[in-house]
Design a binder for this molecule. Structure first.
Ligand SMILES: [Fe+2]
Length: 277
């Protein structure tokens, strides 16, 4: 099904792929960076996967905000390397399932500065990339770490990566808790909008990212179940759903419901395929 703006989406996809390719080439050219990333991979595979997800979200936001190609590449590089400092945090602390002691939390907080130092030591890379690692836990109101800097003291790239990072961390399974639903991840961002996170960036995220990707099985708040079939451009959390099941029974003739036009309908749950009749 083609929705309004599908042509723009396709064009954006081409640009997106090109930027990701350029970032990979840059990493490939720069063996020191590649080694850092390989160290992350061997150290903890969650951080590695998380870093890739954050990069994709970050680039989607950056493109939505019309950041130019050269800056997008630096931003993407900053995103992929934002958590490299975690390789210097003891793995037992990183993976601890119980409540962290104050000391352990302090150890984890150090990863931002460690990352800055590790990237800064690679002389061929712009300092801006190192600053992405340094600043991604800073918050607009100064409540972040490591320095507690505020507002404009935080580089725009740091603010973008912060939004991507928080969303992916909330919506991923962690050793200490289950993944939240995508809309719950969005709510965390909205709760901090203007105070912790930049409003414009959250809005760009919501427009650019398919919160519920095509192919995902979901349950609506009226109990109907179905599959996401298409996105409405500019509204990443109100996609098109093909209804497959009503009142617990599979229906003979599936039909489409557009959440953009049915604002009373909400996605209540994301389902495994086995949870459908
Ligand atoms: Fe981090």
């Amino acid at each position: 099904m083609k929705l309004d703006g599908s042509f723009t989406i396709e064009k954006a996809n081409v640009k997106f792929t090109q930027i990701v390719r350029n970032i990979m080439e840059e990493l490939n050219r720069n063996k020191e960076l590649l080694t850092l990333l390989a160290d992350v991979y061997t150290y903890d595979d969650y951080i590695f996967t998380h870093s890739f997800n954050v990069t994709l979200y970050t680039l989607a936001i950056g493109m939505e905000l019309n950041i130019n190609k050269k800056n997008l590449e630096a931003l993407g590089l900053g995103a992929i390397l934002h958590d490299v400092g975690k390789i210097l945090v003891p793995v037992d602390t990183l993976r601890k399932t119980g409540k962290l002691t104050e000391d352990e939390f302090e150890q984890i907080k150090k990863h931002a500065e460690y990352g800055f130092q590790l990237i800064k030591n690679v002389h061929t890379v712009s300092l801006l990339v190192a600053n992405c690692a340094y600043q991604h836990h800073e918050r607009l109101d100064g409540s972040g770490y490591p320095r507690g800097i505020k507002g404009d003291e935080i580089h725009y790239f740091g603010k973008i990566i912060a939004v991507a990072d928080v969303f992916d961390a909330a919506t991923s399974n962690r050793v200490y808790r289950k993944a939240m639903m995508p809309h719950e991840g969005l709510e965390i961002l909205y709760a901090g909008a203007g105070r912790k996170f930049d409003n414009t960036i959250i809005e760009a995220f919501r427009r650019a990212v398919a919160i519920y990707p095509n192919g995902l099985f979901i349950e609506l708040n009226d109990g109907r179940k179905g599959v996401v079939t298409a996105q409405n451009e500019g509204i990443g959390d109100r996609p098109m759903i093909r209804i497959l099941e009503v009142n617990g029974e599979q229906i003979v003739e599936p039909y489409e419901v557009n959440l953009k036009k049915n604002l009373h309908l909400l996605i209540r749950k994301c389902l495994n395929i086995q949870e459908t009749a």
